[in-house]
Design a binder for this molecule. Structure first.
Ligand code: SRM
Ligand code: SF4
Length: 568
């Protein structure tokens, strides 16, 4: 009999059949084979882990070299020195000796063998952190401005970030059963029913149609890139009191250039909510996406497409229906400032924070610099609270004024470049992981950007632009993990060795950029960017940012101006 029922995407059936994310992961963990099967790979994401293979060693004739990437969930990026050191220990003993600080204030371990996965996840839980919901079709790590301040507004925001992470966390006991029990496993409820069958009230059996991301930020400091999230909460405050939040919805970066139906979108302003309302409204938004998001085609399953297709008015009415009452309109407040929290900042309580710029978030030791060893030494000496930024960097908090020099000296003793040693362009740059671990990478990114910046620094100084602040972001494919589509300049991997250059975004994160040139070979990227910078230098008007200039002149004129401008 013919049926009109929509054909769900294969991942939907895997989730449905998984008994709340169990699948056959438990059985596979007992199996000595070095990798998981296809269905469990999908479910493992919800547990915070991805199966990968070393792409540098592919084609060597001996098959794929499998390992697992493990991502932690760290709301607002706040962790202790002990938790940080425990990650360094794991990366040195069970991982590939490098660690990545991510664009969403978390940590990734790479190169964990399947046989060590359980021990690694168990250890992360022992130190009071979790990997549950770091990945998968659920609410992921909630971002929040990480600055430590003696200021009730930031404290309230950071508390809210934590509360949201708890309120929207999956409830399944599968995580505990799989990773934190001994061989026999934990038995479930009397009568054979599993506890989780009755305690996934928010997500249900099939969770969300796609990943879901949230951030809490400030009008004067949009360091968390609010407009790129499914839900952005813009904190509205007056005289040290949080009045509520302007809720913006439907942002996201991912795109597949060959599929026109996909594109990056900035979130739209939806409603103002009070502190009493905010968590329930977030739940209502999540439930609207749960029930109405696209479950047939994962390419268009993010909530941004639902908001776009319905329009913000219809979306808001549906949220009001789920929430149970009308919502107020947004206040006029919007983002107008940005702080990357790098360098020394006064906490206002007699103590200081030091934001250490970590190039592309990658922590490693080599003959030239002992970054991991230096960080260990700082943690051991000061036992400071650590806060991860959404720009792949880290902040040491609670440093006494008299200890500031010593902290810097410890880093210098390990040849760690200090934040003040970085050029502005390097400081404001970010690159995603890409090769060799990312299974979706088309080109290099993290391994290539430092060299591209080496080629840009000299010409930038000659142009007299070395003090200008603009964002340069690079990704190894169009998925957008370093949030390239709202930056001043972006380099996005498109084909082997070839990149799309984007220009015209904004440091504030509230404007999308546009394609300047496509399929640019790796070797000529720096040259193309120097042309854009020379055009900017010669033609900008007072106070105009690089992105603002490119946005004003548009692609065709920019190309002509770049050709005509004198190059350094
Ligand atoms: Fe991402 C997939 C790495 C932030 C959009 N991302 C991946 C995977 C897991 C590849 C995969 O699916 O097999 C990458 C693992 C690489 C590796 O080897 O470790 C990966 N994403 C990252 C990180 C580590 C990049 C980094 O260098 O910091 C970031 C981890 C964040 C975290 O801690 O949770 C990371 N990814 C982002 C962001 C930025 C953000 O959220 O602020 C985005 C764009 C915002 C958005 O979601 O729209 C992003 N990642 C994607 C997408 C495209 C999603 C889409 O809607 O189309 C994919 C692919 C997918 O989901 O199909 C993806
Ligand atoms: Fe991988 Fe692409 Fe994300 Fe880079 S942008 S980490 S290449 S999925």
């Amino acid at each position: 009999m013919a049926t009109d029922a929509p054909k769900l995407s294969p991942v939907e059936s895997i989730k449905q059949a998984s008994e709340h994310l169990r699948g056959t992961i438990g059985q596979e963990l007992q199996d000595p084979v070095d990798h998981f099967d296809k269905d469990n790979i999908q479910l493992l994401k919800f547990h915070g882990t991805y199966q990968q293979d070393d792409r540098d060693s592919r084609g060597g004739g001996s098959g794929k070299t499998y390992s697992m990437m493990l991502r932690c969930r760290i709301p607002g990026g706040i962790l202790s020195s002990d938790q940080f050191i425990a990650h360094l220990d794991l990366c040195d003993t069970l991982g590939n000796a490098t660690m990545k600080l991510t664009t969403r204030q978390t940590i990734q371990l790479h190169g964990i063998l399947k046989s060590d996965l359980k021990a690694t996840i168990a250890r992360i839980n022992q130190i009071g952190l979790s990997t549950l919901a770091a990945c998968g079709d659920v609410n992921r790590n909630v971002m929040c401005c990480p600055a430590k301040r003696n200021d009730p507004v930031r404290k309230q925001m950071q508390q809210l970030c934590y509360d949201i992470a708890i309120a929207l966390a999956p409830q399944t006991k599968a995580y505990h059963e799989l990773w934190m029990t001994d061989e026999s496993g934990e038995k479930t409820l009397v009568g054979g029913a599993r506890e989780s069958d009755v305690v996934e009230p928010l997500y249900g059996a099939t969770y969300l149609p796609r990943k879901f991301k949230m951030a809490v930020g400030l009008p004067e400091d949009n360091c968390v890139d609010l407009y790129t999230n499914d839900i952005g909460l813009l904190t509205i405050h007056r005289d040290g009191e949080v009045l509520g939040y302007n809720v913006i919805v439907g942002g996201g970066m991912g795109t597949t250039p060959s599929a026109q139906k996909t594109h990056p979108l900035l979130a739209q302003r939806m409603a103002f909510v009070t502190p009493d309302q905010v968590i329930d409204v977030c739940k209502a938004i999540l439930m609207v996406q749960r029930d109405h998001g696209n479950r047939e085609d994962r390419k268009v399953a993010r909530m941004k497409y639902l908001v776009e297709n319905w329009g913000i008015e219809k979306f808001r009415s549906m949220v009001e229906e789920y929430y149970g009452s009308p919502l107020a309109d947004c206040t006029p407040d919007d983002v107008h400032g940005f702080d990357d929290h790098i360098g020394w900042q006064d906490q206002g309580d007699g103590l200081w924070s030091y934001g250490l710029n970590v190039e592309n978030g990658r922590l490693y030791d080599n003959d030239q610099r002992q970054l991991k060893a230096g960080l260990r030494a700082v943690c051991a000496r000061f036992n400071s609270e650590i806060r991860l930024t959404s720009h792949q960097s880290m902040i040491f908090c609670d440093i006494r004024p008299e200890d500031r020099d010593e902290l810097l000296q410890i880093l210098r003793d390990h040849q760690v470049p200090l934040s003040e040693d970085f050029s502005e362009i390097r400081r404001w740059s970010m690159a995603c992981v890409a090769l060799p671990t990312c299974g979706l990478a088309i080109t290099e990114s993290e391994r290539a950007l430092p060299g591209i910046i080496d080629d840009l620094e000299g010409p930038i100084a000659k142009l007299g632009l070395q003090r200008d602040q603009f964002t340069l972001r690079m990704t190894g494919c169009p998925n957008g993990c370093a949030r390239p589509y709202n930056s001043d300049l972006a380099i996005v991997g498109k084909a082997k060795g070839k990149y799309t250059l984007f220009v015209g975004g904004a440091l504030l994160g509230n404007r999308l950029n546009y394609i300047y040139k496509d399929l640019v070979p790796h070797e000529t990227i720096a040259q193309e960017i120097i042309g854009v910078l020379a055009a900017y230098k010669a033609n900008r008007v007072d106070g105009e940012t690089l992105g603002g200039f490119c946005d004003r002149v548009g692609r065709d004129q920019l190309e002509a101006l770049a050709d005509a401008a004198p190059k350094p």
